[in-house]
Design a protein around this ligand. Structure first.
Ligand code: UD1
Length: 420
């Protein structure tokens, strides 16, 4: 078992090149099942979730290997359409293999990723959309058995909510389906556009991604390609929050500037100066942050991302005044607040809202990561705290950050990994 040990109080200053996006790389790896030939993915982050996805690919018969940050996937010999329950449960986004396996083989057996990390994560929208495309889906004691009735065909699909995963599953299934699929109320997250960019590079016919209406015209054959994964906007927001919490100065390179816009405009309310270039973000932070002047409401993109809620909250714990958050995407996304309170924060959670009153000091404590972004929030607060914080259950953090302690150390923070 490993822990992160953080000695707080150092100002984070320096330059950091951002890792590739986990939430882009995972569906793109699944999508490589659809291509005949080799897919070379550069900028793939070295994360436990990525290795889980590669194990699933290898289980289906693909050959997936890594060389540094490059993944090489050859799916020619893929022939297994059933993913064991244990592999499905290793990461929640394994459900994305449903659309890819259906697109490739016309059938699949998966299980519900389940669990309660952020509250219930149902897949009803994925299922009803795929049914509309001619897929028969049955629940067999927790195993979801999907089989095409004849050929999978295009359909007009209106999602009740712009779910990222449901949009991705429909796209993956539709690129090789017969005819045209239209997704209304599609998710507009930049990672959806990255997935579509990859599929287009493989020969797919997709338009409208980045907007609410995506049109996909099915092709019988897709080919391999070389593709660069976009950079991770949430990792970017995390390092900006660490810098803001410690009154530092940061240059982020390899950044997806447009994808960070909604986060940046909120962070600016705290008095930070932020300048952006083509793929760079320069951040200069005051010694004491101002409280957020407007309620932070998490919303589907281009609204404020739910994945940045916990880390921004951790950054403003010592700010001047009161800030209010409203979590609208997931039911249980304030599980990090107990640990932050243990470190001296003043936070009151009232249903969807969390009210944060700035305190003058935070103190090191022994805490456990509750989930990926919640764990990252504890790391942000630890850097701004007096004394030493021990963060346990860091397997959550390792799902989304490539050697977080090395990035923090490079910026002058004191964070180390120990085995216990
Ligand atoms: C993705 C991201 C995750 C991010 C989330 C919202 C990946 C790997 N994960 O997760 O980091 O926090 O988008 O931006 O990309 N819902 C249903 N029924 C469904 C599907 C979703 O009720 O069939 C609900 C969910 O419970 C949740 C909301 O819709 O309340 C949003 O979920 P969704 O956009 O699907 O998130 P994920 O794709 O799971």
């Amino acid at each position: 078992m490993q822990k992160l040990i953080v000695d707080g109080g150092q100002c984070l200053c320096g330059e950091l090149s951002l890792q590739g996006s986990k939430n882009s790389a995972l569906p793109i790896m699944a999508a490589s099942l659809l291509a005949e030939g080799e897919c070379v993915l550069t900028g793939c982050p070295k994360l436990t979730d990525i290795y889980s996805a590669s194990r699933i690919l290898n289980h289906t018969g693909c050959r997936c290997r890594f060389s540094g940050n490059t993944a090489v996937i050859n799916s020619e010999s893929a022939d297994k359409s059933s993913i064991p329950e244990k592999m499905m449960s290793e990461m929640r986004s394994s459900i994305i293999f449903m659309g890819a396996l259906l697109g490739r083989m016309g059938e699949c057996t998966v299980s519900c990723p389940g669990g309660c990390e952020l509250g219930p994560r149902p897949i009803d929208m994925h299922i009803s959309a795929l049914k509309k495309m001619g897929v028969e889906i049955n629940d067999n004691y927790g195993r979801i058995v999907c089989r095409a009735k004849g050929k999978i065909h295009g359909a007009r699909i209106s999602l009740p909510f712009p779910s990222v995963g449901a949009t991705e599953n429909v796209i993956l299934c539709a690129v090789k389906a017969e005819g045209e699929t239209i997704i209304n109320n599609a998710a507009r997250e930049p990672e959806i556009s990255d997935l579509c960019g990859f599929l287009r590079a493989c020969g797919a016919d997709i338009s409208g991604d980045g907007e609410s209406r995506i049109i996909i015209r099915g092709k019988t054959r897709l080919h391999g390609c070389e593709y660069g994964i976009m950079s991770d906007r949430i990792a970017g927001a995390t390092y900006m929050c660490m810098t803001a919490a410690t009154g530092g100065e940061l240059i982020l390179t390899n950044a997806c500037v447009n994808a960070e816009e909604s986060f940046i405009s909120v962070l600016e309310q705290t008095g930070c100066s932020i300048y952006t270039g083509k793929d760079r973000i320069y951040l200069k932070c005051p010694r004491k942050l101002k409280a957020l002047s407007e309620r932070v409401r998490t919303m589907p993109h281009p609204g404020f991302p739910t994945d940045a809620q916990a880390i921004l909250m951790a950054a403003i714990l010592k700010s001047d005044g009161t800030s209010v958050f409203e979590e609208n995407i997931f039911d249980c996304r304030y599980r990090h607040t107990d640990a932050l309170i243990k470190m001296g924060a003043d936070i009151q959670v009232l249903g969807k809202a969390a009210v944060v009153k700035g305190v003058s000091r935070l103190y090191g404590a022994s805490v456990d990561a509750t989930d990926l972004r919640g764990g990252a929030a504890m790391a942000v607060a630890a850097l701004a705290a007096e004394g030493t914080t021990e963060i346990g259950s860091i397997s959550h953090i390792d799902r989304g950050y490539e050697r977080i302690e090395e990035a923090v150390t490079r910026l002058g923070g004191k964070m180390r990994r120990v085995s216990v």
